[in-house]
Design a protein around this ligand. Structure first.
Ligand SMILES: [Zn+2]
Ligand SMILES: [Zn+2]
Length: 234
C-alpha cells in the first residue's frame, strides 16, 4: 500500500494512505507539541498500522496522543480513534447519530458551533454531514477542512502531496463552475467558504488527497466568487 508521511509545517504532519477500495488518499494529521500529540481525523481501522509507523518515525507512539478531534463521523475519519487510549476525543454533537464509528461512548460531543476550542477556532459548516466542522489551528495557522472541501479521488499535484497545488485549485474551481456542488447543497457550501475567509491560513489540510500550501484566503475567495455566480444563474 502506498502511503506518504510528511511535514505540512514544522510541527504539523500529514499521513495520506492510499485506499485502493475507494481510489483515494485518506488523510489524517498530527500536531506535535513537546510531549503531546493532537490527531485530527484517524483514518480507517484497517490503516492503523500506518498511523503507528508514522508516529514511531517521529519518536512518538499512540500513547502520546492526548487529544483527538474529528472533522466528522465517517469511518475514514474516526474508525481508528480507538488506537488513542490516552486521548480525550471530541466530535460535534450533530454527528452523534452517525453509524460509522465504533464505541461512540469514547467521544465527547462538546465542540462549539463557532468559537475557540483549545488551540483551535471551530466552525460548524453543516455541509457534507450535519456535524462537519472545520478547525483552524491558531498557533500554526493551518486550516483543517475535513471532507467539506477536499480532493477525494483526485491525483496529487505534480509538485507533491504538500504543495501550492495550482492544478488542484483549478480543478475545484472547474468542478464548481460545472455544477459539481448541487443546487440544494450550494448555499451551505458557500456559507462554509465564508467561514474560512477570516483565517490567515498558510495551509489547507483536507480529508482526502493534496494539502495546499500558500494563500488559502485567496482560494476561498475565488471559490466564493464562482459559487455566487453559479447561485445567481440557478
Ligand atoms: Zn466524509
Ligand atoms: Zn472522508
Amino acid at each position: 500500500m502506498n502511503c506518504i508521511f510528511e511535514n505540512v509545517t514544522k510541527n504539523v504532519f500529514v499521513l495520506a494512505v492510499w485506499d485502493s477500495s475507494w481510489n483515494s488518499y485518506n488523510n489524517c494529521y498530527f500536531i506535535v507539541e513537546d510531549h503531546d500529540v493532537t490527531v485530527i481525523d484517524s483514518g480507517k481501522l484497517q490503516h492503523a498500522k500506518y498511523i503507528e509507523e508514522a508516529l514511531h518515525s517521529i519518536g512518538k507512539s499512540v500513547e502520546d496522543v492526548s487529544l483527538f478531534i474529528a472533522t466528522h463521523g465517517h469511518e475514514d475519519h474516526v474508525q481508528a480513534a480507538t488506537l488513542f487510549t490516552n486521548a480525550k476525543k471530541f466530535i460535534h454533537h450533530n454527528e452523534k447519530d452517525m453509524i460509522e464509528y465504533s464505541e461512540p461512548e469514547q467521544f465527547h460531543y462538546e465542540l462549539p458551533d463557532q468559537g475557540i476550542f483549545r488551540d483551535f477556532e471551530c466552525h460548524l459548516v453543516g455541509c457534507h454531514t450535519p456535524g462537519s466542522v472545520i478547525f483552524y489551528h491558531i498557533p500554526s495557522k493551518v486550516l483543517f477542512t475535513g471532507d467539506f472541501l477536499c480532493f477525494f479521488g483526485d491525483p496529487l499535484s505534480a509538485d507533491g502531496l504538500v504543495s501550492e497545488g495550482k492544478e488542484l485549485r483549478e480543478a475545484w474551481l472547474d468542478y464548481l463552475k460545472d455544477g459539481g456542488v448541487s443546487k440544494e447543497h450550494l448555499p451551505a457550501f458557500l456559507e462554509g467558504l465564508k467561514s474560512i475567509q477570516p483565517f490567515d491560513s498558510i495551509a489547507m489540510c483536507t480529508g482526502h488527497g493534496g494539502v495546499l500550501a500558500g494563500d488559502i484566503k485567496e482560494f476561498a475567495s475565488e471559490l466564493l466568487k464562482v459559487g455566487n455566480e453559479k447561485r445567481i444563474q440557478q
